[in-house]
Ligand binder design. Structure first.
Ligand code: B1M
Length: 211
């Protein structure tokens, strides 16, 4: 199925049409991952390009983001495989200085759907806040998201904070976000990098030795 109307609606920030199109696709039995990838994420790429070219400004970008988030809410129940959360605890957040949360939310949703327990610290999360939550929850994984090249260093600062607090060897670190690469993950000493939400689940399972 083509998701042009859906994509267009997200780019324009037309929440009603976007939600209608998402609902239609769900009811038609479309694959949820396809709706997400070809409809919603594709729209965000267009938004990003238009913003870079000066064809779109911050308020419109925000409106598109809100539209996408409302559509993702409609897809959410379809990501859940079951309510049991037994695979492990993940403390998740977008790093300090960074307010982008759509990708992080998708990662959290997919992890929960796969049976992980997710503690979401939301956005602009300071290194100390990650450390404190990992300690408090005895989490097995800490997941960090960054969408800005200027906030990527906060990932390495958070890893350093884990080392300084003496718990680095008790928790696995996974990082991701559009500007993040596997090479960067290696450089900063993360245990895993995932390019998208689906891969984040695969990597989280690998980190904990789950098949
Ligand atoms: Co911003 N923004 N933004 N923005 N924004 C980008 C990222 C940008 C690339 C746009 C552009 O210029 N082309 C650019 C960054 C350039 C750079 O540094 N490389 C940019 C900029 C510059 C800015 C501001 C600085 C603009 C300004 O103020 N002048 C500002 C910064 C604010 C801040 O954070 N301090 C800003 C603000 C905003 C909004 C608030 C308006 C809004 C965010 C709303 C929100 O998130 N609630 C926004 C948006 C929407 C975008 C774009 C258009 C879309 C981001 C998105 O949601 N993508 C974005 C352009 C783009 O990415 N194409 C852009 C969809 C999402 C599903 O993908 O987040 O990549 P993504 O997540 C993926 C993977 O990366 C991965 O899985 C996800 C799902 O598959 N993943 C992980 C993500 N986290 C992971 C963690 C993991 C594993 C995988 O493990 C833990």
């Amino acid at each position: 199925m083509s998701y042009e109307t859906l994509s267009d609606a997200v780019v324009k920030g037309d929440i009603n049409t976007a939600k209608e199109e998402t609902q239609k696709a769900v009811e038609a039995g479309d694959n949820v991952q396809d709706i997400l990838d070809s409809g919603l994420i594709a729209a965000m790429d267009i938004v990003g390009d238009q913003f870079s070219q000066g064809l779109m400004f911050l308020p419109q970008m925000l409106h598109s983001a809100k539209t996408m988030q409302e559509c993702v809410e409609l897809l959410k129940p379809h990501f859940q495989e079951g309510g049991v959360t037994t695979k492990g605890k993940v403390v998740l957040g977008t790093v300090k200085g960074d307010l982008h949360d759509i990708g992080k939310n998708l990662v959290g949703m997919m992890l929960e759907g796969a049976g992980f327990s997710v503690i979401d610290l939301q956005v602009d999360v300071a290194p100390e806040a990650f450390v404190a939550k990992v300690k408090e929850e005895k989490a097995e994984i800490v997941g960090m998201s960054a969408l800005l090249s200027t906030t990527m260093p906060a990932m390495s600062q958070t890893i350093k904070a884990l080392v300084d607090s003496g718990i680095r060897d008790q928790v696995k670190v996974m990082i991701g976000g559009a500007p993040v690469t596997a090479k960067y993950a290696e450089e900063v000493g993360a245990d895993a990098y995932a390019p998208d939400a689906g891969s984040a689940v695969i990597e989280a399972k690998k980190l904990l030795g789950i098949d």
